[in-house]
Design a protein around this ligand. Sequence first.
Ligand code: Q9C
Ligand code: ZN
Length: 328
Amino acid sequence: MFRGELVPCFEVPARADFVLQELQRRGLGTIASPPAVERSVLERVHAPRYLAFLSTAWQEWVALDPANAQRDALPSYWPIRTFRSDVLPASFPARLGLFSFDAGSPLTAGTWAAAEHGAACAVAGARELLQGSRVSFALSRPPGHHAGHDFFGGYCFVNNAAVAAQVLRDAGLAKVAVLDIDYHHGNGTQAIFYERADVFFASVHGDPHTEYPYYLGYADERGSGAGAGCNLNLPLPRGTGFPRWREALRQALQAISAFGAEALVVSLGVDTFAGDPIAGFTLASEDYLRVGEDLAAAGLPTLFVFEGGYAVAQVGVNAANVLEGFAQ
Ligand code: Q9C
Ligand code: ZN
């Protein structure tokens, strides 16, 4: 659902196919499919009742009306502000809205399987770092950074980067940083870690005054409680090009270094690309090599988790350039 019309999804399976093909073509790294992820690992980040809802949502949707098997599930109602969000209505449409924040993230027959396997990729990538690897990449799809403790949106259902960061923490790393370089602010990741001092969240993104997700991602959000000072938002105006964007990247990396992170999780969206159909920065394909170099210079074990990027034919080259730049 986009501007009142049903349109083809921007977030399509071919995105991952293009990235995989490009990694194979370049012979970058070893490619493996991850083992299944245990529900208990996902519950370190997400509410059990949210995961239970997602895992059976498609069956519930089709049970409402067999004809629903031919159409995506989209929410119609949301419990904003003065409504209650503690009750769990019996109505499926009511729960669909309770657990979401936009009308542009359809649930389909394959959504849960894809989200669960995407998270499994991120967990496997985190475990690679724990085995001593310098860098790994989770080719997760759907993306994850807009998904919060108990909500989906922005094409995201399970927060792959947050789950990976939590895996690193649970394995004994004292401090972990998540650096989000997707065009859109990672509202879900920020919210998950906002009150925590053990996970630093930094994000470079389109200014939410004009860009999705609009209601979070402003520069004055610095963390709260124990997490005060552990959140850094660097919003940039629509139209920003690579030189200014790169300054913000370096500022974020300096803050992560000052925090004392022992590992880095990068939410790698390539919707910062000039040709992206739904975003507004102007990075060129070769700029992503420099992005990888800057990230490598931070000197931390690094897990990349794939997020957005909708110039479908170019996402492979752009994502692979980051990884190649990092490896050089
Ligand atoms: N004017 C990710 O990149 N809104 N999600 C699209 C564009 C939703 C993007 C409307 C954008 C969500 C992971
Ligand atoms: Zn994005």
